[in-house]
Design a protein around this ligand. Structure first.
Ligand code: NIG
Ligand code: FE
Length: 402
């Protein structure tokens, strides 16, 4: 195979599980052919025929980071809610009084696709400066057929404008819109399920998500939605057990779901189901921190059970107003007891798995897409130790420097 670029003089944290932490190759080389990694190994064994060579001058290289749970398409502002929480109201109380997600819905319904994409682009750029190459973006602030479709299109548009890979998720079942108050089942049947079918037919979403919680949808409603998603050929994931144990993790695992996200209140039974199904736990410390949650996700037990763990920003205007994946990784370690290696895997290999992209992304391995992040650091742990530092030297996406 013709090699377009041979990257040399690289300290590679391949994130391939094996004998060395981080899958490290100390004096490594990476061959790129088109958009694909065609060879990885020790520099002394590297192929000798290639078009261009590019020395990293001893810099570290990891897979480009992946933020696998965001709500970064939205309009409006929720800083008033922050002040209310500081004054003692809870996230759930604010939601019940018509604030929270409902407030963002009002603003988002007023915005057009171009406005939404422009606002999302700025947030994507902040993630890009930290080495992120792939971002999952959920709908869920439109809650009508048209405005949910507008959000999905805005997510794609922002992705194209940013040069990043965006994986859109349909989250119509995020909140019960005011016109369906008291009729959440009708909202599922009349809006969410038709949207699932349309999104699948038109290729507008890669997965279907829901918010299964006392202040949102019941397990029975979530199940109906998941049955429709499966029938339409779309994988499922779930905002599960964030504020209480609703059996959400067990439910999404039963459907072979990609991920159960938040999982602060997940029971032993839910964890067993996730382990059996290979469902990824997506840990969202920004939301835990921002809403002053005290129940931590059962990280030690998940580790014991071999549940894959990803870490993500949950970037959104209410419960997790953050555009820093490296800060989320730092929080996962300091607040929840992740090791640094787990945190880095959680932003790469396991985040790819949470998106069903583990065959294409998330490690530096032959055959994977050449999405890489190059860093000015001495050790991988520096990535996670610092807050607010951006040690990125540059990104290679689909084999090209950006
Ligand atoms: O992941 N929990 C529900 N959804 C978001 C919150 C969205 C919002 O508050 O606007 C979350 O935390
Ligand atoms: Fe979320």
């Amino acid at each position: 195979m013709r090699i377009d670029t041979l990257i040399t003089d690289a300290r590679i944290a391949s994130m391939v599980p094996g004998d060395t932490p981080y899958g490290v190759i100390e004096d490594g080389a990476i061959a790129i052919s088109g958009n694909t990694i065609s060879w990885v190994g020790e520099r002394r064994d590297a192929p000798t025929a290639f078009e261009n060579a590019h020395s990293l001058e001893g810099r570290w290289v990891t897979p480009a980071l992946i933020d696998c749970h965001t709500h970064l398409v939205f309009a409006g502002d929720r800083s008033d809610e922050y002040e209310r929480r500081l004054a003692g109201e809870s996230y759930a109380e604010i939601a019940k009084s018509g604030g929270g997600i409902a407030k963002t819905v009002e603003a988002t319904r007023q915005a057009n696709s171009a406005q939404l994409a422009a606002a999302a682009l700025r947030r994507l750029e902040a993630l890009a400066e930290e080495g992120v190459g792939t971002v999952e973006i959920k709908s869920g602030y439109g809650l009508t057929i048209d405005s949910e479709l507008t959000m999905l299109k805005a997510a794609r548009g922002a992705g194209i404008a940013s040069g990043m890979r965006v994986s859109p998720t349909l989250l119509a079942a995020h909140s019960i819109p005011r016109e369906y108050q008291g009729r959440s089942g009708a909202y599922i049947d009349e809006v969410c399920i038709p949207l699932v079918r349309q999104a699948a037919q038109e290729g507008l979403a890669d997965a279907v998500d829901a918010y299964c919680e006392g202040i949102a949808f019941s397990p029975e409603e979530t199940r109906r939605l998941f049955i429709a998603a499966k029938a339409a050929g779309l994988p499922v994931k779930l905002h599960a057990d964030q504020l209480s144990d609703t059996g959400g993790a067990r439910l999404v695992a039963e459907f072979g779901g990609l991920s159960a996200d938040h999982v602060e209140y997940t029971s032993e039974e839910g964890l067993q189901a996730m382990a059996n199904a290979g469902t990824v736990a997506v840990i969202l410390p920004g939301a835990f921190y921002s809403i002053s949650e005290t129940q931590k996700p059962p990280v030690a037990r998940m580790r014991e059970l071999g549940i894959p763990m990803a870490v993500s920003t949950d970037s959104n205007p209410g419960s997790s107003p953050m555009v820093s994946l490296l800060t989320a990784a730092n929080m996962a370690c300091t607040l929840f007891g992740f090791t640094v290696e787990e945190a880095v895997a959680g932003m790469t290999r396991e985040a790819a798995r949470a998106l069903g992209l583990q065959d294409k992304l998330g490690t530096i391995e032959t055959g994977k897409i050449a999405d890489l992040a190059v860093w000015d650091i001495e050790r991988p742990a520096e990535l996670v130790q610092w807050i607010g530092r951006r040690p990125l030297h540059g990104r290679i996406l689909e084999g090209e420097w950006v």
